[in-house]
Write a protein that binds this ligand. Structure first.
Ligand SMILES: NC(=O)c1ccc[n+]([C@@H]2O[C@H](COP(=O)([O-])OP(=O)(O)OC[C@H]3O[C@@H](n4cnc5c(N)ncnc54)[C@H](OP(=O)(O)O)[C@@H]3O)[C@@H](O)[C@H]2O)c1
Length: 342
């Protein structure tokens, strides 16, 4: 059954159409920390396994349709990366529609086993700008940085980024973690010791909530904008993956077998969530310290559902309490993905 679309979403969709017609916009926005950028609370992720559909065997026209659907629904934050190989389709999709979009991209800081120089990272930025068909990005992020690379990043790469910023090619700079390899958020925790980063991208989900203690108090105090990833990924979108994760947790003695047998079914009820993905997006959206919830998809129907979920109210208090009691001790669940690229 399709989830009921709240009035706020219906309004947003109509106003998105009005915006295209140049008649004003009033969708749901927030401020991305001290960047001061106004951004939609739902951000389109162009990476992950879906890569706008290119990762699922869809063609480029279908990928462009996903971007257009996001814009039509009022999404203004689009997150891509050189490593995703979606910059070119994003650039094509934004032809004539670039205004008002907060475009975020990233560069890796390593190639093979080698860390890159500042000049190499800026060369990656230049290539990204060409593929995106733009002369600057609102947010440029270093992609999947490990704590052990951080000293090099500060000494060698940040000065080059600041020069690119002064030259007008970047408006703001951010750092993203490599969640599969950094369950404790070590790289971002280290980065928050410096005042240079305006945003961080981090993993946070119903079974991986340690950012609540490790990061959010500090990002909030410092005005560092936050973008969330790994909210759904495979664990909450593929029942077989959830079962597999649960079996692993039972085997490690981290979860009781009775809980693992039906871990999240209690979330789905008339006054609660309509699906696990609905629960997952609503769970993170209302967490203090969360600015933008990224969602990745190949499917326009999923896109609509996800935006609707992100705009829905909090999950019921009793459900949130049970989530915390059952899974609050877990770390690193659902962080599947490439072991190097993030
Ligand atoms: N280190 C980094 O910098 C890093 C790492 C990972 C991700 N990211 C960013 O974060 C973004 C979001 O992460 P993510 O791609 O893993 O997104 P996600 O929202 O956590 O999960 C997306 C997965 O869930 C599925 N899905 C989405 N909506 C669904 C729905 N309504 N019903 C059923 N399945 C649904 C998608 O498959 P369908 O295609 O079938 O919808 C996709 O496989 C990425 O695109 C990227 O921009 C950054």
């Amino acid at each position: 059954m399709a989830p009921r679309v709240p009035a706020a979403v219906a309004k947003r969709v109509r106003l998105g159409s009005l915006a295209r017609a140049g008649m004003g916009v009033a969708v749901e926005y927030t401020t991305l920390g001290r960047t001061g950028l106004r951004v939609s609370v739902a951000g389109l992720g162009c990476g992950g396994f879906s890569r706008l559909g290119l990762g699922r065997g869809r063609n480029e026209d279908a990928a462009i349709a996903v971007v257009h659907a996001a814009l039509d629904h009022g999404v203004t934050l689009i997150d891509t990366a050189a490593a995703y190989r979606t910059e070119d389709v994003v650039g094509r999709a934004l032809a004539g529609r670039r205004e008002g979009v907060v475009l975020a991209t990233k560069a890796m800081v390593r190639e093979g086993g080698r860390v890159l120089s500042g000049a190499e990272v800026v060369a990656s930025l230049e290539q990204s700008l060409a593929r995106l068909r733009t002369d600057r990005v609102e947010l440029f992020q270093l992609h999947a940085v490990l704590a052990r690379e951080y000293a090099h990043v500060m000494a060698e790469i940040v000065p080059a980024l600041l020069r690119a910023k002064a030259a007008g090619k970047i408006r703001h700079i951010g750092l993203t973690e490599t969640a599969p390899n950094d369950h404790g958020h070590d790289a971002l925790a280290r980065a928050l010791e410096d005042g240079v980063w305006e945003t961080v991208m981090l993993a946070f989900n119903m079974m991986h909530t340690n950012a609540r203690e490790v990061l959010f108090p500090r990002t909030r105090a410092q005005g560092v904008g936050t973008l969330l990833m790994f909210v759904v990924r495979n664990v909450f979108s593929q029942p077989a993956r959830l079962e597999e994760e649960m079996r692993g947790l039972v085997a490690e003695g981290k979860l009781a077998a009775e809980v693992a047998a039906d871990p999240l079914g209690f979330l789905i009820h008339a006054a609660g969530a309509s699906s696990l993905t609905d629960a997952a997006y609503r769970f993170v959206r209302h967490e203090p310290g969360v600015d933008v919830v990224l969602f990745g998809t190949s499917d326009v129907g999923h896109l609509r559902e996800n935006i609707a979920s992100i705009l829905k109210p909090k999950l019921p208090a009793a459900d949130l309490a049970l989530l915390r009691a059952r899974f609050g001790h877990l770390v690193g669940v659902g962080l599947d993905g490439p072991k190097v690229a993030g």
